[in-house]
Design a protein around this ligand. Structure first.
Ligand code: TIU
Length: 220
């Protein structure tokens, strides 16, 4: 077991039963002209974590530990897009509309791709998900079970939307989760802080949080 100095108390994980899951580091969320910006957000805030996510990926790759990536998006025929999602907010472009990086949040379009700085290596699992959580309507649970994974280290965007939903889904399924504080970001700094606080409140009701430096120090 490796023990990380974390909040609300130390997080211990068995590396051979642990996976890093990097959530939705896609052009649609962190580059201008994508889904995030059409919702009225400043994507510049999210770009700040790109080097930290790259460092975190390098740590897991160097150690030979499992790495998983997710991408939020929909089929070209929109058959997996509920109206309850399509009609939210007042976006300048809706999911499926043509934008500067192709159709917004559609699989296979340039905007749907993961950013080059955090790009998956061959052999790393990439989960396509239509929802905010990484378990809803995906093969993630089966993959984790088949590989004996019990612990998840989580990073990516956005903290209070897809990251928090995934943490809650994972916690309900029995996974012990660590959120890497400086490898996740929100369009709303107050929402990021609130999410970190609520995950680790009540004795770690959902999981633990720690900065990447603490994880690196523990990994040795
Ligand atoms: N809008 C927002 O903050 N996030 C999303 O729509 N998706 C993810 O968090 N990936």
């Amino acid at each position: 077991m490796i023990t990380v100095e974390a909040k609300p108390f130390a997080y211990a994980f068995p590396p051979d039963r642990t996976a890093l899951i990097v959530i939705d580091m896609q052009r649609d969320f962190v580059e201008p002209g994508g889904f995030g910006e059409t919702l009225g957000n400043d994507v510049g805030l999210l770009r700040a974590i790109i080097p930290t996510v790259a460092d975190l990926l390098a740590l897991f790759r160097d150690k030979g530990w499992m790495v998983i990536h997710t991408r939020e998006g929909h089929k070209a025929d929109l058959s997996d897009l509920h109206l309850a999602k399509r009609d939210r907010g007042s976006p300048t472009l809706k999911i499926g509309d043509p934008g500067p990086m192709g159709r917004i949040l559609i699989q296979g379009e340039p905007g749907h791709d993961i950013i080059p700085e955090n790009y998956p290596l061959p052999g790393e699992l990439v989960i396509d998900k239509p929802g905010k959580g990484s378990f809803y309507n995906t093969g993630l649970a089966g993959h984790l079970e088949a590989n004996g994974i019990t612990h998840l280290v989580v990073a990516g965007v956005t903290t209070e939307v897809c990251v928090q939903t995934t943490l809650r889904e994972a916690n309900d399924r029995g996974y012990e989760c660590l959120l890497v504080e400086d490898a996740t970001e929100s369009y709303f700094p107050a929402f990021k802080q609130a999410t970190l606080d609520m995950i680790r409140a009540q004795g770690g009701i959902v999981g633990w949080t720690a900065p990447l430096a603490a994880l690196k120090a523990a990994a040795g």
